[in-house]
Design a protein. Sequence first.
Length: 324
Amino acid sequence: MKAAVRTRYGPPEVVRFTEAEKPATKDGEILVKVHATTVNRTDCALRAAKPFVWRLLTGLVRPRLRILGNEFAGEVEAVGAGVTAFKPGDRVFGYNESTFGAHAQYMSVPRGGALAIIPEGLTYEEAAPSTEGSHYALTIIRRAGIRSGQDVLVYGATGAIGSAAVQLLKGAGATVTAVCDTKNVELVRGLGADRVVDYTAGDFTRDEREYDAVIDAVGKSSFGRCRRLLKPRGIYLASDLGTWSQNLLLALVTPLFGGRKVVFPIPKQGDPEVAEHFRGLIESGTFTPVVDRRYPLEEIVEAYRYVETGQKIGNVVITVDHSS
């Protein structure tokens, strides 16, 4: 099969479009013929091993995971013994953060993983970006305990996590203030934001309003900067560890004082409930993934380069050709 393969850590150029061994269909596994996937921040971090802690999980010197890609949509090719929830021919979507492998024509997904049937009328390219950034957003919202009527600010409202968070928060009945740049104000309003703050017009942390929760969906701010935006018992949440992994430390320390605090959300891996949850939201029209650009798998290096500019809006989709 064709796949995007890397054998060392480094910049986008370490990835090569080449032949790779097609996964075997083992007991308890589902073989998926991949038609679409994505390149996201997780893929970039794992490819480059930045932060360094990734190497503790995937290999200190060389990566054990040669094929990246954690989000996908495709067709069930075969199922191993013990798999009853899916059958060959099913159109499915989901994410696989245990073994990755979606940047290829075929990948294996464990039974009980984050996998669901694609909603009727959705293409593979539309379904593929439905679970990665959005399941981080869902984890953040659930961990914060956001309730209807609460005020929430989302910084980085145009990324995969942020654009999903705005939609999910509105679905939960929250009042949403979204922070983005000038050119994307109307896009974010269209996602449902009640109020939009243009960060190019001034420092968003000087906003006069206070919030029950501030969500940094791009990891470019800090609790120190955003603390003044929080109500007396408000919560700050971020999508990454922060400088010197400060968000983990602050999540341990700040709750001890009973006031404004940091909460660090840790998403579940391979959760079928999450995939089914997003299937329901898509079918109800509550959530639609935002797609920026599409690249064929053979041009994945260019996709990586674009994602790492920090300018992507929503998701970058990779199409996988099987005609050859």
